[in-house]
Design a protein around this ligand. Structure first.
Ligand code: SAH
Ligand code: SF4
Length: 368
């Protein structure tokens, strides 16, 4: 719930006007700073009000159907939503920080050719509660509540959030914006806006609005320097070509050297990884305060691409480096549990295919 939702709920169950402000801030803190799981733990709230809340509302978490731990410490969670749909969230621990990669949709309506999520048909938008709920559930699992005043200080486990999981966040703008504003509320989950990054494949008309509503950091999935190639890799480019996309970037609210845009570029062998591509990339971004993030392509079953060779990526990175962008190659995390960039795809579709096969086999055997 947002603060406005909470206020409406409390007014609705009879909290007096003059008490509303105080009750909202008390309950807000229990929910998002302390992560309580029972209304009875809200010790500064009268028993009568706690009972009323418990009768009408729940503090239930997303149902964690599976959790996988990678050899490198990355965790992948599979959550089962109330309607049975499945969605994935990934936690990536690093020195001095921990990043939670959050999903915005079940599947994705877009079909970027290098992305596993793009092959998943099933799709619906996640509610704001389901988006924030991923962070709440991760804090439970990581025992990361309490000590709110120390958030972002190094003792917190989830210090950063990236909207880089399943789905295109700008096709679910309202819910994503509401969730990000809950996450960045200083009296609650308390993540700094500087530590929240939203990645988009380039839904141009939604970009500025999201910046204004949330003040978070922006990442753009660029991946190609010509419209011809980007049309193929990121088909949304046919609707919003590179020129329009970069114009939207130049207008990003608050854009400055302190608030640079990250450009993501997946390294595909023989497709977009030549020296000429690297030079064209830095030329294209000239004048935009930017970081460049080279992502080694992460393979998935049936993928039509391969990852560029290490030496090729290094040469590409050197060109980008010489143009003034520091250490741009992203280290793949959680590949062994299919948790790396572009590998997410919830089991729902796969399972039903497997089940179909099993059922088919069973009928065939019966026939014999
Ligand atoms: N839908 C949003 C958010 C996903 S972010 C977007 O596309 O921006 C995930 C990032 O990983 C994106 O930059 C995406 O293009 C990239 N990606 C997708 N598939 C990948 C793969 N197989 N290997 C490496 N990166 C991939
Ligand atoms: Fe969707 Fe992003 Fe994957 Fe493209 S890269 S299919 S926009 S999740």
């Amino acid at each position: 719930m947002t603060r406005d939702d909470l206020r409406a709920v409390l007014a609705d169950i009879g909290v007096a006007d003059k008490q509303l402000r105080m009750r909202v801030s008390q309950i807000w803190s229990w929910l998002y700073a302390h992560g309580v799981r029972e209304f009875d733990q809200m010790t500064n709230i009268a028993k009568e009000l706690r009972d009323k809340l418990a009768a009408a509302y729940t503090l239930e978490r997303l149902d964690m159907a599976e959790a996988h731990l990678s050899a490198d410490g990355t965790r992948k969670y599979l959550f089962r939503l109330a309607d049975g749909q499945l969605v994935e969230t990934v936690y990536i621990p690093e020195m001095g920080r921990g990043t939670l990669c959050v999903s915005s949709q079940v599947g994705c309506t877009l079909t970027c050719r290098f992305c596993h999520t793009g092959t998943q048909k099933l799709v619906r938008n996640l509610s704001a509660a389901e988006i924030t709920g991923q962070m709440v559930a991760a804090r439970d699992d990581l025992d990361d509540w309490g000590q709110n005043e120390q958030s972002n200080s190094g003792t917190r486990k989830v210090t950063n959030v990236v909207m880089m999981g399943m789905g295109e966040p700008l096709y679910n703008s309202n819910n994503v914006a509401a969730a990000l504003n809950v996450m960045s509320d200083g009296d609650g989950l308390s993540l700094s806006k500087r530590r929240i990054t939203l990645s988009t494949s380039g839904v141009v008309p939604e970009i500025a609005d999201m910046g204004e509503k949330t003040g978070v950091m922006l990442a753009i999935s660029l991946h190609a320097v010509t419209d011809e190639l980007r049309d193929e890799l990121v088909p949304l480019n046919k609707k919003y070509p590179i020129e329009d996309l970069l114009a939207a970037c130049r207008n990003w609210p608050g854009l400055s050297n302190a608030k640079r845009i990250t450009f993501e570029y997946v390294m595909l062998k023989g497709v977009n990884d030549s020296d000429a591509d690297a030079r064209a990339l830095v030329k294209l971004l000239a004048g935009i305060p930017a970081k460049i993030n080279l992502i080694p392509f992460n393979p998935w079953p049936g993928a039509p691409y391969e990852c560029s060779d290490a030496a090729r990526m290094q040469t590409f990175a050197d060109i980008v480096n010489r143009a003034g962008y520091a250490s741009p190659v992203r280290r793949p995390r959680g590949r062994d549990i299919m948790a790396a960039c572009g590998q997410l795809k919830s089991a729902s579709v796969k399972q039903s295919a497997a089940e179909k096969k099993k059922a088919e086999l069973a009928t065939r055997n019966l026939g014999r």
